[in-house]
Design a protein around this ligand. Sequence first.
Ligand code: PLP
Length: 396
Amino acid sequence: MSGPHFLQIPGPSPVPERILRAIDQQVIDHRGPTFQKLGHEVLDGLHAVFGTKQPVIVYPASGTGAWEAAIVNTLSPGDKVVMAETGQFATLWQKLATRFGIEVDFIPGDWRHGVDAAQIEAKLAADKTGAIKAVMVVHNETSTGALSDIASVRKAIDKAGHGALLMVDTISSLGSAPVKHDEWGVDVTVSGSQKGLMLPPGLSFNAVSQKALAASKTNKMPRSYWDWNEMISFNGKGFFPYTPATNLLYGLKEALAMLNEEGLENVFARHRRLAEACRAAVKGWGLEILCQDPKVYSPILTGIVMPQGHDADNFRKVALENFNISYGAGLGKVAGKVFRIGHLGDCNEAILMGALAATEMSLELANVPHKKGGVDAAMASLLAAKSGAEKVRLSA
Ligand SMILES: *Cc1c(COP(=O)(O)O)cnc(C)c1O
């Protein structure tokens, strides 16, 4: 097929040319002075995007590795934790924790809402002996399109007067929505490279609080590769205890530069604008948005429910074969029932409109019942979002 592929999955997101060019360089000595400068630059540069002054640890691993690192550095087998079933990613993190002998109190969810802080508060308030060691939640639930309110989870922990650690998966929100590790009082912020940071898969992160670091000195989980303390002591000099993913770090330096040039607030506003337009299209088609709480609509992706009797995977196949576009599949419980449009990372109005036009045409070709006019509604939403000054320039 001619022309670029429309990679509209909610991660990995398309990698900008600037980042591809930055990665396409010779490997250097990871114990030498040139690397040391790069090491300091990326480790310092990560602070702003995580909203922290605390250490941010970088692993040559997918996001799942950083999930595991958060657990093995802070918890001990037999520990109790509270998690919230926001969707497939919360479910996978819960399974991972269980494999390490963690006893998970998994608050059930319908995969259509964000985290309910009141339920977490009730669990913690009832825990008079302090048996619960951590609250672990997913910020942007990529399987559904709900961006949970992490500040409300912090408040719930404080209101219950409980000492549990707060661990948050920001794998698909970092770089696309505000992440405030320090302000929200998060103890471990887990993240990854291939979504809002616009990098290829292969890097993941743990931002850690002093309290989490203190827990890492006494917890009983064996680990070596994931050990924070070894990492932090090497990172202090700009180095890593083992071979880092050098070329991805070249890319990370470029990604951070791009985010800073646009300005983080502008990046977040762009994501909100594109998401709003995507939802306008879905409503225009008369289809249902998977997330049922407008307060937590994700700026990163939109999950769309297929009308009864229509298979989402067949729809995705029709779209791929006719228009060279990929959407996220329905995962876990909503497999075949849902598809997801990603509008994160290196995305803009024209890319989104191309994707939405391909979607509207694919709905027609796949015989999915829908109304016309979703694309028009999205264009109207994008135009309405232009500021007054921009509109004047447009009409001149
Ligand atoms: C993508 C994603 C993961 C999994 O990350 P991998 O890099 O595939 O290991 C976990 N949590 C969330 C919220 C994600 O979006």
